[in-house]
Write a protein that binds this ligand. Structure first.
Ligand SMILES: N[C@@H](CCC(=O)N[C@@H](CS)C(=O)NCC(=O)O)C(=O)O
Length: 123
């Protein structure tokens, strides 16, 4: 079972690598404006999770510079996600609008919709 999961993970990563979208190129001021917002975001994720791959592809396609945090192998990120986010489930987008205003957004469908709405992205 462990091998099957490992194999499927490698397959997903290979297909993702071979078909990954080309990042959009924006005017510098437009990209700077987006970067100023994405600097407050981080994505807790596992490398071979298909739901995380979906979000990483969206991030790449739209050139969103969101920090990726490995919640499988990095114990600090894993603890943070469970303790502050409420559950150890990925993907989860952490959005910080000040120290007292941190939002933990779970569910790939909701993260995708949130990013589309926030940055006016085409689906
Ligand atoms: N419906 C969720 C499914 C997410 C999900 O099942 N994630 C798995 C990894 S692929 C997970 O976090 N499992 C918890 C764990 O392995 O600890 C979504 O679309 O985001």
């Amino acid at each position: 079972m462990k091998f099957v999961r490992w194999f499927l993970g490698r397959l997903i990563l290979t297909i993702d690598f071979l078909t990954r979208p080309k990042p959009v190129v924006r005017a510098k001021n437009a990209q700077d404006a987006i970067d100023a917002v994405t600097t407050k975001m981080s994505l807790y994720q596992f490398q071979a999770c298909p739901f995380c791959v979906k979000i990483r592809r969206q991030i790449r396609k739209h050139s969103l510079h969101i920090e990726l945090r490995d919640a499988k192998n990095n114990e600090a990120f894993k603890d943070e996600l469970t303790r502050e986010g409420g559950k150890h489930k990925v993907p989860c987008l952490r959005i910080e609008n000040g120290p007292q205003n941190v939002k933990w957004l779970y569910e790939s469908k909701d993260i995708k919709s949130y990013l589309e709405a926030e940055f006016g992205l085409a689906a």
